[in-house]
Design a protein around this ligand. Structure first.
Ligand code: PEP
Length: 259
């Protein structure tokens, strides 16, 4: 359906020491180098402290790095925060608005929009996470929530070519049970594309990569990727296992026929 880049993104969350991160990244790299799958950009998002060592470790590979968060300001008195300027040169991608940050750290719509703009201004590609909670879904508000998250998240972005959207229903993250492909396709092919076309235009909306995230593993990923409105996966738990994550990258290429 679209010319959007295919992506397999591993979000390691608050897991791995620097040494463990280096071992895991080396293992993923080795598994993908043995028989490299074509047409899929692999992205690893380790904790901040592992970005510099992994940048050196992966510099001659096809694996890109992403951060898990950033602060909207470039510098200043924000103890414990990491700015877009600090990420420049270390990673190409940055996850913004993950549900754990929206719900546990109480990041609101406005700050997510500021972070998206800061990332794009710094030349980074934000992976903007959107998704409804279970109670919002039960109230029939899933589409409205996702559309509002997109509208506010993209409010400062005139040119969304270097933006990735990840649809991650909150109730499917870390749950062990993913959403069904039909439910996901309903949002990725419906509310998300409609809102993107509304904010920009149809052709632009088709070119933006939309990922699915929520309990993805090698057993279920193909069913999601068979949906034309999904261009890859954002993977949490299974990305901590090199064999499983490399398999997900391979299955992405197979499902989309790029291998
Ligand atoms: C995530 O952290 O973005 C995620 C989708 O986690 P999991 O795959 O573990 O559900």
């Amino acid at each position: 359906m679209s010319a959007a880049t295919l992506l397999a993104v591993g979000n390691w969350k608050m897991n791995t020491t620097v040494q463990e991160a280096m071992a895991l990244a080396s293992d993923v790299r080795r598994r993908l180098e043995d028989d490299p799958p074509g047409g899929v950009q692999t992205v690893l998002c380790p904790p901040f402290i592992s970005l510099a060592p992994l940048h050196d470790l992966l510099k001659d590979s096809n694996i890109a790095l992403g951060a898990q968060n950033l602060h909207p300001q470039t510098s200043g008195a924000f103890t414990g925060e990491i700015s877009p300027t600090m990420l420049q040169g270390l990673c190409r991608y940055v996850i913004v608005g993950h549900s754990e940050r929206r719900h546990i750290m109480r990041e609101g719509y406005h700050v997510v929009g500021q972070k998206v703009k800061a990332a794009v201004d710094a030349g980074l590609t934000p992976i903007i996470c959107v998704g409804e909670t279970l109670s919002q879904r039960r109230q029939g508000a899933a589409e409205a929530v996702v559309r509002r998250q997109l509208e506010t998240g993209l409010s400062g972005i005139a040119d969304p070519r270097h933006v990735v959207i990840a649809y991650e229903p909150v109730w499917a993250i870390g749950a062990g049970v993913p959403a069904t492909p039909v439910v996901v396709a309903d949002i990725t092919g419906g509310a998300i594309r409609t809102e993107l076309a509304n904010l920009y235009d149809d052709a632009t909306a088709q070119k933006i990569a939309v990922l699915y995230g929520g309990s993805v593993n090698p057993e279920n990923v193909t069913a999601f990727l068979e949906q034309p409105s999904i261009q890859g996966a954002l993977v949490g738990g299974a990305s901590l296992d090199a064999a499983q994550f490399a398999q997900i990258v391979r299955l992405t290429a197979e499902a989309k026929g790029t291998d």
